[in-house]
Design a binder for this molecule. Structure first.
Ligand SMILES: Cc1cc2nc3c(=O)[nH]c(=O)nc-3n(C[C@H](O)[C@H](O)[C@H](O)COP(=O)(O)OP(=O)(O)OC[C@H]3O[C@@H](n4cnc5c(N)ncnc54)[C@H](O)[C@@H]3O)c2cc1C
Length: 413
């Protein structure tokens, strides 16, 4: 009788559980080691508890783009749909290519994974932390706070450092570093941006659709469009969070508040303001000029940033020069960046173990045969919209399959 391969998986998050399902499907004897009291805690928190599992659109990975694309070319949205269908999980597609479980509950995704692992007899040990990993002939030894565990191969899926309260605290980087892998300095990504608060005092809780740019002096480093949320300490919301990886203390955020209602031409913005002044608000107090375009408190802040003294003035008393200044501020409402929120608030980690030393087909290390890594522990991070879970699941599946043929993996042509 041939002996079954023993596969140890460090970390029972998205990548680890997908790897476990795939390895078990190939007949491996699988053990998952998870430091929290249960697996998949972060998975439950994703997409506000709804679990935005993947994205069917163009891959968007500001960190590790090339490697992520190689992985997705082997196990992308099509293969993932088959994977989930095989586990009995129905998906539903929403705007911008985002896929959620049909139930709109991330807990259903975790159940589908857990029940499959239960069916396949996979061992899940919780409340156990891996501390080191070394070769101990004839296999790999994972040292833990509850003794040593030995396996034929090991898949490291300990995640990054985002929201350590959900389990991933960066403790598995050292397992791979000890084998010669390089750690690219981890930084919080997809996290709110902290700015000076004087120009946005009183705006906390207000959401706007706008364009956002990260500026180093006059140089635009990154641009986003979408919904922005003002907070007590700066800005949040998807487009602000996607700016965080470019934000540095002393740089500026430029918000285009006219993005949603005036096209790129300043002429259209000026003509909108002119219509309001000469027709809609004629004879009315000047402070009403932006009513219906911006939330009232934000309109007041914009007027004040433009240096407009509107008190006791009528709309039509505003001069052309004042309108031009107002239009400029609407297009370029500036905030000085003080920093970004830390790992406690971040959704993902930029940086991690460098991908150069891993084979994207099997996720196996080139430096240590029999050691694989998948998910956020690697130096790959995606935009909001399902890209991070998608990479975690895809890379986890490839690591679990380890090059073996399966309907969830596309063969190289
Ligand atoms: C609030 C929030 C919402 C999010 N929403 C989305 C979303 O909707 N869509 C999306 O695509 N992405 C989302 N993300 C990002 C996504 O959740 C992660 O990128 C993804 O979970 C990474 O999967 P992973 O398995 O690599 O790591 P994790 O899910 O972090 O799992 C790592 C696991 O390893 C365990 N572990 C760590 N160290 C050890 C150790 N030493 N020994 C044993 N076990 C260990 C941890 O406890 C954890 O369970 C969200 C993140 C957060 C924080």
């Amino acid at each position: 009788m041939t002996q079954r391969q023993t596969t140890g998986i460090v970390g029972g998050g998205a990548a680890g559980l997908a790897a476990a399902v795939a390895a078990a499907a190939c007949g491996d004897r699988v053990t998952v080691l998870e430091r929290m009291d249960r697996v998949g805690k972060k998975l439950l928190a994703t997409g506000n508890g709804r679990g935005n599992l993947m994205n069917g659109g163009e891959p968007r990975y500001p960190g590790g783009d090339g490697f992520a694309k190689q992985v997705l070319s082997l196990c992308g949205p099509e293969e993932l749909r088959r994977f989930w269908s095989d586990l009995g999980l129905c998906l539903s597609e929403e705007s911008d290519g985002r896929f959620y479980p049909l139930t709109r509950q991330a807990s259903t995704v975790l159940d589908a994974l857990r029940f499959r692992l239960e069916r396949d007899g996979t061992a899940i040990e919780t409340g156990i932390s891996a501390t080191t990993l070394h070769w101990d002939n004839p296999g790999w030894c994972v040292r833990t706070d509850r003794g040593d565990r030995r396996f034929g191969r090991v898949i490291v899926c300990g995640g990054g450092m985002a929201q350590p309260k959900l389990g991933s605290n960066g403790s598995t980087y050292s397992l791979l570093e000890s084998l010669g892998h390089t750690l690219v300095k981890p930084r919080p990504a997809l996290t709110p941006v902290e700015t000076d608060t004087a120009p946005i005092r009183g705006l906390s809780g207000i959401r706007v659709r706008c364009g956002v740019r990260v500026m180093r002096k006059d140089l635009c480093l990154h641009e986003e469009r979408g919904e922005l949320l003002f907070t007590d300490t700066g800005i949040s919301g998807i487009c602000a969070m996607q700016c965080a990886r470019w934000a540095r203390k002393g740089f500026e955020i430029s918000i285009d508040l006219a993005d949603g209602w005036a096209d790129g031409e300043d002429r259209s913005l000026l003509s909108e303001l002119d219509t309001r002044l000469s027709r809609i608000w004629k004879g009315q107090p000047a402070e009403r000029l932006l009513t219906g375009l911006l939330p009232t408190r934000l309109a007041e802040r914009v007027m004040s940033a433009a240096g407009l003294r509107v008190r006791d003035r009528s709309a039509e008393s505003l001069t052309d020069a004042e309108l031009l200044t107002l239009a400029a501020v609407l297009r370029d409402f500036r905030l000085t960046i003080l920093g970004v929120k830390g790992f406690d608030a971040a959704q993902v980690t930029a940086g991690g173990i460098a991908t150069d030393d891993f084979d994207p087909i099997t996720m196996e290390s080139h430096l240590a045969r029999g050691v694989h890594a998948a998910g956020e522990v690697l130096d790959v991070d995606g935009d909001c919209g399902g890209f991070n879970l998608m990479f975690a699941f895809s890379s986890g599946i490839l690591a679990g399959l380890n090059g073996r043929r399966n309907e969830w993996r596309r063969d190289r042509t």
